[in-house]
Write a protein that binds this ligand. Structure first.
Ligand code: URA
Length: 210
C-alpha cells in the first residue's frame, strides 16, 4: 500500500472477489457481487471528499453537522466494462454526474483510439472518479485520463477491481498524480493481455456475452 496504489483488503471485499474469480459463478451473481464490491471500494476512494457544516435541528436540539460540499463528483465509465461499476456507486452517491469514454485498440498500431467521449461540464471543479474493473496494460486507462485532463479534470482517482503490476506501472509513469484504488493486485498479464490469476473477461462475465 502506498499513496499511488491502495488495496482494499477488507474481508468482505476479499470474500466477494474470490466468488467473482471462480469460473463457476454465474452471470447474475457476478453482476450482483460487482455492484456490492463497487460500493465498498467507492467508500475508500471517496475518503477525501470535501465536507462543510450545515445547521440542522435534531428532535432534541440544534447542531452544526457535516454534509458533502463543493461541486458534485463525476463518475467516468470506461466502456463497456466500467458500466458494471456505475449502478452500485450511484446508489451510494445519487447526486454524482456521469460520463463515458469509449476507446478501442487499433489492430495495426495497437494504440487506443477514441470512439466516444461524453463527460459532465466543469470537470475542473469536481472530484473525478474513473471506473474500469480491470487495470491490465494500463494503456486505455492512461489514454482515457489524458482525454479527461484535456477536458479540464485535475482531481482524478482511478477505481478498479483488479490491477496487474504492468498496469499500475504504466499509470504511475503516465499519471503519477492519479491514485489507484483496487481490491487486489494480481501477479501478471498473460500473452493476450489478460490478468492472471484474474477473473477472465470482465465484460463477458458481467453481460453474459461468452
Ligand atoms: N480486461 C478484462 O476484462 N480482463 C482482463 O484480464 C484484462 C483486461
Amino acid at each position: 500500500m502506498n499513496d499511488h496504489l491502495t488495496i482494499v483488503d477488507h474481508p468482505l471485499v476479499q470474500h466477494k472477489l474470490t466468488i467473482m474469480r471462480d469460473k463457476a459463478t454465474p452471470t447474475h451473481q457476478f453482476r450482483q457481487l460487482l455492484r456490492e464490491i463497487s460500493q465498498l471500494i467507492a467508500y475508500e476512494v471517496t475518503r477525501g471528499l470535501e465536507t462543510g457544516l450545515v445547521r440542522i435541528e435534531t428532535p432534541l436540539t440544534e447542531m452544526q453537522a457535516p454534509m458533502l460540499a463543493g461541486k458534485k463528483l463525476a463518475l467516468i465509465s470506461i466502456l463497456r466494462a466500467g458500466n458494471g461499476l456505475l449502478d452500485g456507486i450511484l446508489e451510494l452517491i445519487p447526486g454524482a454526474r456521469v460520463g463515458f469514454v469509449g476507446l478501442y485498440r487499433d489492430p495495426e498500431t495497437l494504440q487506443p483510439v477514441q470512439y466516444y467521449f461524453k463527460v459532465p461540464e466543469d470537470l475542473r471543479d469536481r472530484m473525478v472518479i474513473v471506473v474500469d474493473p480491470m487495470l491490465a496494460t494500463g494503456n486505455s486507462s492512461a489514454a482515457a485520463i489524458d482525454l479527461l485532463k484535456e477536458a479540464g479534470a485535475r482531481n482524478i482517482r482511478f477505481l478498479c477491481l483488479l490491477a496487474a503490476p504492468e498496469g499500475v506501472a504504466r499509470m504511475k509513469q503516465a499519471h503519477p498524480d492519479v491514485p489507484i484504488v483496487t481490491a487486489a493486485l494480481d501477479e501478471c498479464l498473460n500473452d493476450h493481455g489478460y490478468i492472471v490469476p484474474g477473473l477472465g473477461d470482465a465484460g463477458d462475465r458481467m453481460f453474459g456475452t461468452k
